[in-house]
Design a protein around this ligand. Structure first.
Ligand code: TYD
Length: 223
């Protein structure tokens, strides 16, 4: 099966609720690895493709009668395209692919709509490569909401709170061999250093921990 075939590259997925710092930390990690001369592709889901854009519109305008299964089908279509067009070619070329969200988001968010997370995972078996490392960022709800407020993002509407509590509960229960939970509390630099220590270990890049000692420029952004 394709999934078990080892591609030469490495796949790292960032997961967690909105406001835990995934996007910032994915960028900091990508910038750090690039400074070390490693080839990195930083990507995200939902993508900027037709399904991803449709999903963003749905989020802004509401689900509009879409059933949980139909919503899941859109995320799967977006991911299939993402894997074929971006991930698989980059992995085959030996690159480190860092994705801001992956199929664990479907397990948690569409699982929270009543679908079975195990079944959702199984729907990826024939096309989505297993990540080498899943970094699940964890932040207590009050701090997460404070960060969303500070950056002017929409804060969980009252009716969303129940739903997000269910999403969080599924993330809490997730177990996978290469899934690690990283404490999202503290400064961007503190969380970044926590992540570097783990990435070095998981990807067998011993230079990483050494390189970070002399690295104080944690504010680097994607161009
Ligand atoms: P988000 O990371 O906020 O994307 P962006 O900041 O680029 O707009 O993701 C959009 C939302 O989609 C987020 O609330 C989580 C949700 N989502 C799912 O419900 N299922 C999925 O499979 C994925 C990838 C995301």
């Amino acid at each position: 099966m394709f999934r078990s075939a080892r591609a030469p590259g490495r796949l790292i997925a960032f997961e967690g609720l909105d406001g835990v710092g995934k996007t910032t930390q994915a960028r900091l990690l990508a910038a750090h690895l690039r400074r070390l001369g490693l080839p990195v592709v930083l990507t995200r889901e939902p993508t900027a493709g037709i399904y991803g854009e449709r999903l963003r519109r749905l989020r802004q305008e509401g689900r509009q009668g879409l059933s949980p299964r139909q919503e899941l089908a859109l995320f799967l279509a977006d991911r299939r395209e993402h894997v074929e067009q971006v991930m698989r070619p980059a992995l085959a070329a030996g690159k480190i692919v860092i994705t801001d969200r992956y199929y664990y988001s479907s397990m948690a968010y569409q699982g929270a709509l009543g679908l079975d997370p195990g079944e959702i995972e199984a729907l990826h078996a024939d096309f989505a490569p297993h990540p080498d490392l899943v970094i699940l960022l964890v932040l207590p709800a009050p701090e997460r909401i404070k960060r969303l407020q500070e950056r002017g993002s929409p804060v969980d509407a009252f009716e969303q709170q129940d739903y997000l509590a269910k999403v969080a509960a599924i993330f809490d229960r997730l177990q996978a061999p290469n899934l690690i939970r990283v404490d999202g509390r503290g400064s961007e630099a503190e969380v970044h250093h926590r992540i570097l220590a783990q990435v070095g270990r998981f990807l067998n890049l011993p230079d990483l921990a050494a390189a970070r000692e002399s690295d104080n420029s944690c504010q680097e952004q994607e161009p």
